[in-house]
Every structure is written in C-alpha cells, then in structure tokens.
Write a protein that binds this ligand. Structure first.
Ligand code: RIB
Length: 289
C-alpha cells in the first residue's frame, strides 16, 4: 500500500530572476535569466512526496486567475490529488524570487488566495480524505487554519509535521498537536529567540513534546536522539539554486515517515533530496531527476 499524505498549505507561482548579484537600494542591475514555475511551500512539499510515490492530497486555496488551472494541472502531473482545492475570487499566491551567483535566494511572498483558505472546508476535506499516515503544514496560510487542522488530525492519531516557514512563533495549541517540528536554522533562531547551537536546541526540545529536526543547509541537519544532539551531514555539492530545498527536505521526510522508515532513514532521504535539488535551477522543477 502506498503511504497516504495530506498537505495543508500554500501554492504560489514562483517568478525567479537569476542575477550575478542582487541590487542595492536605488540601484538597477541586469539579470542573467528568468523563469516562472510552480512553488509555494505547501505545494512544493506535496509535489516532492508525490514524486516519491505517495498518495498525496493537497488542501490549498487558489484564486480565479490564469494560474489556477495550470497549478491544478501541475499537481495532477505530480501524483497530487486536487479534489480538495478551494478557490476564491482574486489572485493566487505569487512569489518574486532573486537567486544570486552563489545559489542563495531572496523571496517575497504575496499570499493572495492562500490567506483566504477556509478552515471548516479544510476540516471537512480531511474527514473525506480519511486518516492519512502523515499531515504536513507550514506558515504560508493563516495560523488558525493550521491549528484547527492539526488538532483534528493529531487527535485522530495522525502523525503531523510542521515546517514553521516563513518563521513565526507557533501557538501552544499548534505545537501540542505536532509530532515533528522542522525549522531551518534561521527559523529556529527567530522562534527560540536566541542563536542556534546544540545547547539551545536541547533547551528548546526539552520544553516541547514534539520531535525536533533543524535543517542546516550545506551542513546537513541536527536532531535529538536520547537527549543528545546528533548531526547528520550531507554531500557537498555546487549550489545553483537553493530555492525550495527546505521543502524538498520536508516533503521527502514526510514521505519516509509515512512509509514507516526509522528516524535516521527519514533524515537521510530528506537530506539527499534537498541536496540534489540545489544542484538544479527552479523550485519544483529541481525535484526531478
Ligand atoms: O520555500 C520556497 C518557496 O517559498 C517558494 O516556492 C516560494 O513560492 C515560497 O513559498
């Protein structure tokens, strides 16, 4: 049986400019190239899990613009079931992105329809989907929607994965209904209120019930085992475009968790997929071989 995953979250259209260096205030620079593609943290995580072979359901909200049909089509092409997509009048989410010569990105998200996702319909969808192995969420939709969906799923025995990106402090309710909490280093620092180091990770993890994994970019990731911090390294590669690498990690991790892999195997697959994604241009387009 295929693992069953439900992702509640955002879908955006990524508008990516590749530049040697990003402009300073008041400066104009020429870019090298431009591409438009499918993005949004929720959509990216769903697509990664779909590519890996899970039955993936997405609960997201799209606008009434030209992006709606192409986004649905893209989900279908990547094994993501679109029956529970909500639509509203207005614009879908978009994300202008700058990627510089070192592969680093700067992203602005204009949420549009993502902010208008309806929590009651989301819960109804979850009931119709039936119990998934794993539910995944991020912070590009309103916090109260995540709270309600996570509480519903967690109380029904579903494992839940929360990726607190873009960084925001999760409410106590949300954290109490989270099985795996996966921030990156910067998000950890914003949420914890102090620098990321092993001691602070232990202090944070001791205060919450959830498992914690902190992704560290080219340094791999940190997680807690038997009350000690473990670091799992990743292969060293030349980064072309890091956009969506964190989502590749979360999508692959969720696939592995839903497939009942052990923690180390989940992290290993997640690191491998995230690392591979940075060697190619684009967001979801970098998830394919
Ligand atoms: O994590 C990368 C994603 O962040 C992009 O796809 C962009 O749409 C924003 O959601």
């Amino acid at each position: 049986m295929k693992p069953k995953i439900c992702v509640v979250g955002s879908a955006n259209i990524d508008q990516v400019s590749y530049v040697k260096r990003t402009p300073n205030d008041g400066e104009t620079v020429f870019g090298e190239s431009y591409q438009m593609g499918f993005g949004g943290k929720g959509a990216n995580q769903a697509v990664m899990a779909g590519i890996l072979g899970a039955d993936v359901y997405i609960i997201a909200c799209l606008g009434s613009d030209v992006y709606k049909d192409m986004t649905i089509e893209n989900f279908k092409n990547n094994n993501v079931i679109t029956d529970y997509i909500q639509t509203v009048e207005g614009s879908s989410g978009v994300a202008p992105i700058w990627v510089d010569e070192s592969g680093q990105n700067r992203i602005i998200v204009i949420p549009g329809a993502n902010n208008l996702i309806d929590s009651s319909s989301a819960i109804e969808s979850l009931e119709k989907i039936g119990k998934p192995d794993v539910l995944v969420g991020q912070f590009e939709i309103p916090m109260n929607v995540n709270e309600q969906v996570f509480s519903h799923a967690y109380k029904n025995g579903v494992k839940t994965v929360l990726n607190p990106a873009p960084a925001d402090k999760p409410s106590d309710t949300l954290l109490e209904n989270t099985s795996w909490f996966i921030p990156n280093e910067i998000e950890f620092e914003e949420i914890y209120g102090d620098v990321f180091n092993e001691n602070n990770l232990i202090l944070f993890a001791n205060n919450v019930e959830t498992n914690v994994v902190v992704t560290l970019g080219e340094k791999g990731c940190a997680y807690i085992k038997n009350n000690k911090v473990e670091i799992m390294n990743t292969d060293s590669v030349k980064a072309i475009d890091t956009t969506g690498a964190g989502d590749a990690f979360v999508g692959a991790f969720s696939f592995a968790l839903a497939s009942k892999f052990d923690t180390e195997e989940c992290i290993k697959l997640a690191l491998q997929k995230a690392t591979d994604s940075v060697t190619k241009k684009g967001t979801q387009s970098s998830y394919k071989n």
